[in-house]
Write a protein that binds this ligand. Structure first.
Ligand SMILES: [Zn+2]
Length: 282
């Protein structure tokens, strides 16, 4: 079993191999009550070893807290109480510089592939067997592209880690680098089942629908929940309407204000922690 002691992973049985290999690429400790977000990445590198070496190199000025190999093994580079440098220029839900709020997890994966006459190649020139290639459209992209598949072991380890981090830190959200650095980054990309993992580890933890059926319905207010992976929210009831914000992820709770020709005007209700001293009537 894996546990966290003094912000470092420990294992008592090595079912999932864990090691610590310190990287200097971090700043000081998080502010109180943080980190509250997990950011997922792929390395786009050629091996776990080469990526660990790069993330430990002061010249790279980059490191996540964790990196996960293809066999599901974990290397921790930065203790969880320190701000690792993985997000770069980033913004999400009104906050920028996500390094200040998040734990970063890299996965050893080549990411976006290049198609040549005889097959699919990584950015470092290695041909991949077709069984390792996923053809899919990026959620913010407009065409199908080729991506390296993640291994089952990697995905299992990510899920275990997310549950462990949620238990030990006030984690409220898991996002992709692609979400917080939109247009600049494509990781972890469509080959990674981010939404499935979110559904398994974050949603369904009480709250959600069951709490709505009392008073709110009696007041005549209707609620809905986003059932697509990502749903565009627009300023006008038309597919040409300008986007009002980033797409809403599956499970987002909506207050329905108005219905019109197959469109719903909604108000999005966010959930998170706010300082009690700035809220009236508590
Ligand atoms: Zn990244």
């Amino acid at each position: 079993m894996i546990t966290i002691k003094k912000h470092i992973l420990n294992t008592d049985d090595n079912t999932i191999p864990v090691s610590f290999d310190a990287s200097p690429n971090h700043s000081d400790a998080f502010s109180d009550g943080l980190p509250d977000t997990i950011v997922m990445h792929y390395t786009a590198g050629s091996s776990l070893e080469s990526s660990v070496n790069w993330l430990k190199n002061p010249a790279s000025k980059a490191s996540t807290h964790l990196i996960i190999g293809k066999k599901g093994e974990i290397v921790q580079l930065v203790p969880f109480n320190l701000k690792a440098w993985h997000a770069g220029i980033s913004k999400w839900r009104g906050r920028s510089g996500l390094n200040r709020y998040s734990i970063g997890i890299e996965m050893d994966n080549a990411g976006l592939l290049v198609k040549r006459a005889d097959g699919y190649y990584t950015n470092f020139g290695k041909r991949l067997d077709n069984s390792l290639v996923v053809l899919a459209r990026h959620k913010y992209g407009d065409k199908e592209q080729a991506w390296e598949a993640f291994t089952e072991k990697q995905i299992e380890t990510v899920e275990t880690l997310c549950l462990l981090l949620i238990e030990n830190y006030p984690i409220k959200e898991i996002v992709g680098h692609e979400d917080i650095s939109r247009g600049r980054k494509t990781d972890p990309g469509p080959a990674f089942p981010l939404q499935k993992i979110i559904n398994r580890v974050l949603t369904g933890r009480k709250d959600d629908e069951s709490s709505n059926d009392g008073n709110e319905e009696n007041n005549g207010i209707n609620y809905g929940v986003v059932s697509a992976d990502y749903l565009n929210i627009r300023k006008e009831p038309s597919t040409n309407g300008q986007l009002a914000s980033d797409p809403l992820p599956r499970g987002t709770k909506l207050k329905i204000i108005e219905e019109k020709n197959g469109w719903l005007r909604v108000k999005v209700e966010l959930q998170g922690w706010v300082s009690q001293k700035w809220v009236k009537g508590v």
